[in-house]
Design a protein around this ligand. Structure first.
Ligand code: NAP
Length: 285
């Protein structure tokens, strides 16, 4: 039976590290850390995410600046705000909550954020830096996954790592991070043939597809580390992952639950990136 990886505990440890360093910077260097969070429209899920980010800022001692814009906001107005925030010295990190309303081009907005303040690490410059291993910020979810794997004491070197999903925000950067830690990485997607066979070869399996209970125990190698990034809302309102937990935990050595696994890590890594941004902008790192 697998050991459960406690994402809440690992996330709390990351936030405690960030809070300690933030207090030290304030006391020793008079430095304050600020995160601007921009939300456009009334999507209830986005509202919850933004509130959680604000709460996390308070908990680690950051200033948070919220900009809640009307659904009817034009792309030009949003780009103007991003430009103002790029020049605002109180703001070390800028996060524009996605998805944006359909009439706004997300790419144009992401590209307008100064790469130094792009704490989501979505800007093409930061994405490119991840490819060459010279990054300042790591995208929050894949970075959180790496921290969870690290918490199990697993050495990634030489391990067969399988990532299911190839999105720009999870699958692709996840594969790069595992490669940088010397994993032998296979990326699977909706056109992959023999998915079960490939999964059965995985020492480390990261699943990020957005399909409830898709990966079942019979697809998992005995003793594998299984990380479930998926967040799916079932008809009964319950949250569930992309991995069928009950069958998978019988095969894995370590497994993340949903909720309480990868989810809490994403915000913790956002706090870490914002602190890094503040230090870099102050010439400390
Ligand atoms: P996405 O952009 O929709 O990408 C899904 C990926 O899964 C695509 O690459 C797709 O392949 C692949 N896929 C879909 N069905 C498949 C199948 N049957 N077999 C193999 N691959 C399949 O999703 P995402 O943004 O990466 O998110 C994935 C999941 O993670 C979602 O549930 C999301 O809610 C969750 N998530 C959680 C967090 C967190 O903080 N915990 C953060 C981000 C995302 P193709 O490319 O071929 O279409």
């Amino acid at each position: 039976m697998a050991q459960i990886i406690d994402g809440k505990a690992v996330s709390a440890a990351v936030k405690a590290e960030v809070a300690e360093e933030t207090a030290k910077l304030r006391d020793e260097k008079g430095l304050k850390v600020g995160l601007a969070v921009v939300i456009v429209g009334n999507d209830p899920a986005s509202r919850v995410y933004v509130n959680n980010k604000k709460k996390a800022c308070e908990a680690v001692g950051f200033q948070s600046y919220e900009y809640a814009l009307e659904e009817s906001t034009t792309q030009e107005q949003l780009l103007d705000l991003v430009n103002v925030l790029n020049r605002d010295d109180r703001v070390n990190g800028i996060l524009v909550q996605l998805p944006l309303p359909k009439h706004i081009d997300e790419k144009a907005v992401i590209n307008a954020i100064s790469p130094d303040k792009d704490v989501d690490a979505f800007h093409p410059i930061n994405v490119g830096k991840i490819m060459i291993g010279e990054y300042s910020f790591l995208p929050c979810t894949p970075a959180g996954v790496m921290r969870l794997i690290e918490s199990t004491g697993t050495d990634i070197t030489g391990k067969q790592c399988v990532v299911i999903g190839r999105s720009n925000i999870v699958g692709k950067p996840q594969a790069m991070l595992l490669l940088q830690k010397n994993g032998t990485v296979t990326i699977c997607h909706s056109k992959t043939k023999n998915l079960k066979e490939i999964c059965l070869g995985a020492d480390i399996l990261v699943v990020a597809i957005g399909r409830a209970n898709f990966v079942t125990g019979d697809m998992i190698k005995e003793g594998a580390v299984v990380i479930d990034v998926g967040m799916n809302r079932l008809e009964n309102g319950k949250l569930c992952g992309d991995v069928e937990f009950e069958s998978a935990e019988k095969k894995a050595s370590f497994i993340t639950p949903v909720p309480g696994g990868v989810g809490p890590m994403t915000i913790a890594m956002l706090m870490k990136n914002t602190l890094t941004a503040a230090k870099q902008q102050a010439g400390i790192e």
